[in-house]
Write a protein that binds this ligand. Sequence first.
Ligand code: TA6
Length: 302
Amino acid sequence: MTVEEHEDKVIVSLDSDPSTSVTILKYGATVVSWKLRGKEQLWVSSAAKLDGSKPVRGGIPLVFPNFGKTKDESHATAALPQHGFARNSTWEFLGQTTQSPLTVQFALSPDEANSDIYKLWGDGTNDFTLIYSIGLSDTLHTQIEVENTGKQAFDFHWLFHTYFKVEDIEDIIVNNLTEEKCYDQLLQSWYTEKAPMVNFNEEFDRIYKDIPEEKVLQIIDKGYVLQNLRRSGLPDAVVWNPWIKKSEGMADFEPKSGYLNMLCVECGNVTDFVKLEPGKAWTGSQTFQVGGEILVQSNIFA
Ligand code: TA6
């Protein structure tokens, strides 16, 4: 196994198969590449800023302590920008922990956090430590531990904002969301997902709430399972494709046809805030696996 630390990133690859690798930018601890046997699994905009000037458009940006913008002006996260400060802070690389899976860790605390943004969270009085573990084998495992190291409780959201690479979005379906409650960000309303398989032919932005953890979210391309997403401690999932107009409105989203080659399926805990008491810790993790059988875990005939 090799773990190469560079000034701005860490590259991890398997001894058994050097073409299986993961690259993590220290800025945002953003996974910007995950290759399985040489095949890139993630989408990154060709105009993504990788110099720390803004959050990376693609890969796996990290969302903490708030997803979106809260509507409650009195909430401690109300002044924070959309998706918080984890994705635009430079994390500390802690090194390798285990060999199988080959795991590396990064940490973020108020000392490393982007101070301009951190101070907007409860007037900068919340003490925390985030420990982010990335494990590489024939799967990709990402785990976050949030610890309250301070003297006051705080609320937070967590989300892995993963951009998956697809051949053609119009051939893609996502499995096992049927019957789940979702908030449609475009319609600004809640409803139950009725589609036996979710597909994409226009802008799509839905937050699925409390999906049973035994449900494996599958991204399927013409009968082939591109990705299986397994979750622990992450009850919600956001599914997003900006489509044409929204892509045109994002300067760092290139090529503009890129919406055809990406899909965000983002595991997290975002429909309710997690309240963390002083001295307590919270953990959430996800594992991506390529291939395998189509699992029908919803009643698609209802
Ligand atoms: O995860 C979906 C979403 O909340 C969309 O509504 C869209 O805003 C997307 O995140 C990208 O947000 P960003 O702040 O990275 O431009």
